[in-house]
Design a protein around this ligand. Structure first.
Ligand code: F6R
Length: 611
């Protein structure tokens, strides 16, 4: 959570910082601020509220500096307020810091600094950082650049927790120091200018050449140079990574919101995720994954771990792996998995699904699995993200940047990739070849089938108009239809603020049906032919009690439902990739009817980099 951005070059820093922060706002939007070096001073402009509101502060137009840092906040320590906004200064006003992460021992550090006569203005954990830097700087025996660098390194040695920080100092008006530990940070290399950001998309319009920092690597940055050091002040070399995403990928390109754009991009993102990995007449190939038959035969259990939408993909993929590979699969929420002492050993394979690759709980869960001897595979969408540096192997979805907080194209790409991975395993294990060919055909047809669904959205829009004022909505389904219902329900609650629950249809009579009364909306996905009649009976039971029904199906139904959205038929195992699309659109249109900010729902941030 929180986004940080930095610029050092020959242009005015202010517009570049504001532009970067606007793109990072999905990481938090409680407050925003920037600091630039103006002659011999650091000038800070910050305020509660959105990034765009910074432009209403008169003084912002007086910022002409060519070095600066910026921050958009998702509040953790200290309520959203001007004083708690970043950047934070030290007591002498010579050091300025922006920070993404949490300093767990900030209370102790505050006491330590208070005992040395430092005072604090804010309630944040961050304010200890510039003061610690000042403390080490003023007691240092070093000189030159090393004095600055060593002070930052010494301060970081005192910090417990997670951080990505950028430091400016009036003593070094042509430099900036940045470092990360368990929070994301990238450096974009330009010509006589360098950019810093929490993620690549925010600065993609300026450069495609990036340095990806590892934990506790310190970058000392000037306009022309970037030098890297470890925490013992040893110089290290780092390679530039060229990123293939286009600047246009991070624009709305005529769509009113990123979410609608990303929903519509799904044919492309699925097609690119399939890429050349899966074709009809040859075996699946996955670059960088070379697992032997002997290894796969030794696995007795697979865990799929993730958070939110990413975890939901695991629930769908469980059935695919169990069906094709005949290996038991357990799906776990990362924040639970990491503290439950899961039974894992070298015969366990653990898959970690994360769009951003930065989710703190998912990364911690991976580290735990690795420490217990399991092989770990990360499924991520972001090249070089933190999880990819921890996992034994990484396989990338090629969904392109996902900007809207609510995940859509990442979900469909993740299930597509997990299905391809399951086929890859099954082919090596020589299992279920009869099922595989049919499944491959249907995977290849997914992009066209999603396109068909996207062409017919009027009925979904109309239904959204009918139900947008509701307080509670229920989703029911069986098997894969239940797994996609969980995702539909999550989408609805996060962007429309309507309370909703997903239940297995068969569970209704064990409690939830007590909540069904006249006028309540029940949404159901019916794609599982074998369970169709049973699911329809459950729907009949809610209709009898007065429910309005919205059905997504690939079957010909003769029953009387309030709205039926017809989707193309596909293999049941992957049907959530199609059936989720009307559910994403329904949540989207309801949110629009309510006049909400679809891309930036309240209290949420795109990357959850703290526990
Ligand atoms: C929901 C949503 C979240 C994320 C979750 C994991 O729309 O976006 O539930 O899926 O925070 O994020 P990643 O995939 O980045 O680990």
């Amino acid at each position: 959570m929180c986004g940080i951005v930095g610029y050092i070059g020959e242009k005015k820093a202010k517009p570049i910082l504001i532009n970067g922060l606007l793109r990072l706002e999905y990481r938090g939007y409680d407050s925003a601020g920037i600091a630039t070096i103006e002659g011999k001073e650091i000038k800070v402009i910050k305020n509660k509220g959105r990034v765009s509101e910074l432009n209403n502060i008169n003084d912002i137009n007086n910022l002409n500096g060519t070095i600066g840092i910026g921050h958009t906040r998702w509040a953790t320590h200290g309520k959203p307020s001007s004083i708690n906004s970043h950047p934070h200064m030290d007591n002498s006003n010579n050091f300025s810091v922006v920070h993404n992460g949490i300093i767990e021992n900030y209370a102790d550090l505050k006491e330590f600094l208070k005992s040395h006569k430092y005072t604090f203005l804010s309630e944040t954990d961050t304010e200890v950082i510039p003061n610690l830097i000042h403390f080490y700087y003023s007691t240092s025996t070093e000189s030159g650049q090393t004095k600055f660098l060593k002070a930052v390194i010494d301060a970081c040695k005192m910090l417990k927790g997670s951080y990505a920080i950028e430091v400016l100092s009036t003593y070094y008006p042509d430099n900036m120091i940045v470092v990360r530990k368990d929070s994301p940070l990238v450096i974009g290399k330009g010509k006589s200018e360098n950019y810093i950001s929490s993620d690549i998309p925010a600065i993609l319009s300026f450069t495609k050449d990036f340095y990806l920092l590892n934990d506790l690597e310190f970058a000392f940055i000037s306009r022309e140079n970037i030098s890297f050091y470890d925490e013992n002040l040893n110089k290290i070399t780092k390679e530039i990574k060229n990123i293939t995403w286009n600047a246009g990928d991070v624009e709305k390109n005529g769509y009113p919101d990123f979410m609608l754009k990303e929903i519509n991009e799904q044919p492309k993102s699925i097609r690119e995720t399939i890429g050349s990995r899966l074709t009809l007449n040859s075996k699946v190939t996955i670059t960088d994954l070379n697992l032997s038959k002997k290894y796969l035969e030794s696995i007795n259990r697979i865990f799929i771990v993730g958070c939110g939408t990413a975890m939901h993909t695991g629930i769908t993929a469980k059935a695919i792996f169990e069906n094709l590979c005949e290996i038991p699969v357990e799906v776990e929420v990362a924040s639970e998995f990491r503290y439950k002492n899961p039974i894992i050993n070298k015969s366990t394979l653990c898959l970690f699904v994360t769009q951003s690759g930065e989710t703190a709980d998912t990364i911690a869960a991976l580290k735990l699995a690795k420490s217990k001897g399991a092989k770990t595979i990360a499924i991520s969408n972001v090249i070089g993200s933190s999880i990819t540096r921890e996992a034994d192997h990484t396989i990338y979805t090629h969904a392109g940047p996902e900007i809207a907080v609510a995940s859509t194209k990442a979900y469909t790409s993740q299930i597509t990739l997990l299905a391809i991975l399951a086929i890859y395993f099954a082919e090596i294990l020589e299992k279920n070849s009869n099922k595989i060919n049919e499944l491959k055909k249907d995977i290849l047809l997914l992009p066209i089938n999603v396109e068909k669904i996207l062409k017919n959205t009027d009925k979904i829009k109309e239904f959204a108009k009918k139900i947008y004022k509701e307080k509670d909505v229920f989703f029911i389904g069986r098997g894969v239809d239940y797994s996609v219902s969980m995702e539909g329900s999550l989408k609805l609650k996060e962007i429309s603020y309507i309370h909703s629950e997903a239940y297995p249809s068969g569970e209704l009579k064990h409690g939830p049906i007590a909540l069904i009364e006249n006028g309540v909306t029940v949404i159901s996905v019916l794609t599982n032919k074998l369970l169709l009649e049973k699911s329809i009976s459950n729907l009949q039971e809610v209709i009898t009690r007065g429910a309005k029904t919205f059905i997504v199906t690939n079957q010909k139904l003769t029953n009387d439902f309030d709205e039926v959205i017809q989707i193309p038929e596909t293999n049941t195992l992957i049907s959530p990739i199609l059936s989720v699309v009307p559910l994403q659109l329904l949540a989207y249109y309801i949110s629009k009817e309510k006049g909400l900010d679809v891309d930036k729902p309240r209290n949420l941030a795109k990357s959850v980099t703290v526990e």
